[in-house]
Design a protein around this ligand. Sequence first.
Ligand code: SAM
Length: 227
Amino acid sequence: MSTLYIVATPIGNLDDFSPRAAEVLNSVSYIACEDTRNSGVLLNRYGIDTPTFSFHQHNEHQKVEHLIQLLDANQPVALISDAGMPGISDPGFLAVRAAHQQGHTVSVIPGPDAATTALVASGLPCDRYVYEGFLPHKKGRQKQLKQLVDEDRTIVFYESPYRVVKLLEELVEYFDENQWAAVCRELTKKFEEVVRGRLKDLLGEFGSRSELKGEFVIVLAPKGYDE
Ligand code: SAM
């Protein structure tokens, strides 16, 4: 029996890496990385030379088996993703479930994630919230949006820079255009930006920008919330 460590990594600022996270990554037999090259930057920075292997959404099913074999052989493994908390819109869930099912210990080393960072930064109600992550690109997208229309908790969406205006257009269409929201961009990074406003105004602002770069979280206040 061994331990699977789930280790959160920074979402942009490499200084947001805890001493305990470094200690665990140094102590395990292997680190399963979403992208070994990306993680190499962080591992180099902290002088961690533990062997790595790739563990991403396209090989996750097959690599879970490998990971469990290592744990069965009494080799502790840590799992990290490119950024933030593994399992949150990133590989992780299958490994954690399998480790539990096989009787191994699972230990999470907490750290940054974009959803709660944006939620708190938004200044919108954060006592109750729903994490939606990425909406499906095509099939099921409209259905999912329709199901959310009467949600009375704050909703957190992840979106790529290529679709962020499309998502704002859809939110204006499906929800009340006066509903409060926040667009959180490049959190913890040099060009961090949190723009709050009513949906129609956010669409005006981001729709008129000539270029949208970086990583985005959209936080939508509950129906009926006003300030
Ligand atoms: N596991 C990550 C977490 O814990 O938040 C999420 C990984 S997901 C593949 C990547 C998405 O997270 C981005 O498209 C963006 O929506 C959001 N994200 C990650 N880092 C961010 C940042 N620094 N600022 C804003 N959004 C970010």
